[in-house]
Design a protein around this ligand. Structure first.
Ligand SMILES: Cc1ncc(COP(=O)(O)O)c(C=O)c1O
Length: 435
């Protein structure tokens, strides 16, 4: 395979853009490559790069493309309005349509505000929780990523972990002091904090997918709901990834637990820039212009994003039983066979999966249930896995600390081709370990 055009573009990009990328997770640094691939187009489960290499895609834009690239319903919806104009700074019917559909489908949301990104959604939800409770401190979990606002970049996951750290420079001590963190999964520690201090909110990825995928136990979320209720703490489910992916109504429907506030992104924009936060009317009515919790955005609720998101959710809703069953079956098929291949080549792994998400941790640990476990993974073995897949025409997230995303467009043949490449990768890793 040739990567000349991507390399040339990267050489130019690094002179113009920090690290040559507009989001750190796109860099291929941690998988020992000279340059990332630059993508030219996508269709179904595939993307093509600037050198015309074709890949089966397990990044799927980091989650939004649950229907695959360029799904006909989404394309049709966008084409229907794109010639009318782009954005008006005035309300459009498409925002109302999307809000209605979100409220219909996400169990705990009674009112919703659209934003331009997930980062904005979580930042605003935290501000809202602080205003509602009139408390300052917040609690988050190590390795959970909630976008890149100051308060939430403490002990964070995703691109930070990939680059080998967990906190960003440039954040004041005062902000850091107000963000308490705990390891994921230890309910007793949560109780200790909430019962002894005034905490505005607990924000959690109900299924953490930014330190690799962690399989949440329902009891943990049930207990979290109980203790937040008991202490008047706002519970925020950050469903930017899990929303519309784990089930139509997200993790809250899947686990049957209603948070006070929910943040969304990714799928609700069908691949276009978006985010949203929503919840109980009583809380949401503190948002400006009704209340005095300020949130605004020149492109908030952009009509193209709203239309693409509506088309995506509508399609999911109309076919939900088949879609979520099919996605789960395909993921299970991959995961079961991955485990068999690991055994065959004596490669030590732990595979976590839920719905259409999975992560292969290259680790001796039999279970990976928090950041500490995840960080024990062998990133060198991961790099071998990544590179073998890439050179075989399969693109997976370029980091051990992310999840693979399956879409409806992945066919059984794609899965079998993927398994052939995984076998090659495991054989290489097994041989290296045997030496
Ligand atoms: C759980 C979670 N929350 C928030 C965000 C931030 O969303 P965005 O990248 O749209 O700002 C992400 C992004 O990956 C995420 O995974």
């Amino acid at each position: 395979m040739k990567f000349e055009n991507s390399k040339k573009l990267y050489k130019k990009a690094v002179e113009l853009i920090p690290g040559g990328v507009n989001s750190p997770v796109r860099a291929f640094k941690s998988v020992n490559r000279e340059a990332p691939i630059f993508v030219k187009k996508g269709q179904g489960a595939r993307v093509w790069d600037e050198d015309d290499n074709e890949y089966i895609d397990y990044i799927c834009s980091w989650g939004p493309l649950i229907l695959g690239h360029n799904h006909s319903k989404v394309l049709e919806a966008v084409n229907e309005i794109i010639a009318n104009g782009s954005s008006y700074g005035l309300p459009t019917r498409y925002e109302v349509d999307l809000a209605e559909l979100i409220i219909e489908t996400v169990p705990s949301i009674e009112k919703v505000r659209l934003t331009t990104s997930g980062t904005e959604a979580t930042m605003s939800a935290v501000r809202l929780a602080r205003a509602y409770t009139q408390r300052n401190k917040i609690l988050k979990f190590e390795g959970c990523y909630h976008g890149h606002s100051d308060a939430l970049l403490v002990k964070s996951g995703s691109g930070l972990l990939t680059d080998g750290y967990q906190d960003s420079n440039g954040i004041t001590d005062a902000v850091i002091k107000d963000t308490l963190t705990l390891p994921f999964g230890d309910i007793e520690k949560v109780k200790e904090i909430l019962l002894n201090r005034d905490i505005a909110c607990v924000i959690i990825e109900p299924i953490p997918a930014n330190m690799g995928l962690i399989e949440t136990h329902k009891e943990y979320l049930v207990e979290l709901r109980k203790i937040t209720e008991q202490t008047g703490t706002i519970l925020i489910f950050d469903e930017v990834i899990s929303g519309f992916r784990l089930a139509l109504g997200g993790a809250q429907e899947y686990f049957g637990i209603n948070p006070d506030l929910t943040t969304l992104g990714k799928i609700i924009g069908g691949g276009y820039p978006v985010g949203a936060f929503g919840g109980k009317k009583e809380i949401m009515d503190l948002v400006a212009p009704v209340g005095r919790v300020y949130h605004a955005g020149t492109l908030s609720g952009n009509p193209i994003s709203a239309k693409a998101g509506f088309a995506t959710i509508k399609y999911l809703k109309d076919n939900k039983d088949e879609i979520y069953r099919e996605l789960e079956e395909k993921t299970k098929y991959l995961v079961e066979n991955i485990k068999k291949l690991a055994e065959k080549y004596s490669v030590k792994i732990c595979v976590n999966s839920l719905g259409s998400l999975f992560t292969i941790f290259f680790t001796d640990n039999e279970i990976v249930e928090d950041l500490e476990d995840s960080l024990k993974s062998n990133t060198e073995n991961f790099a071998i896995y990544f590179n073998t897949m890439l050179e075989d025409g399969i693109i997976i997230p370029p980091s051990q600390f992310e999840a693979h995303f399956l879409s409806l467009a992945h066919t059984n043949e794609d899965l079998d081709k993927t398994l052939i490449s995984i076998e090659k990768a495991f054989k290489k890793i097994g041989e290296k370990n045997g030496k």
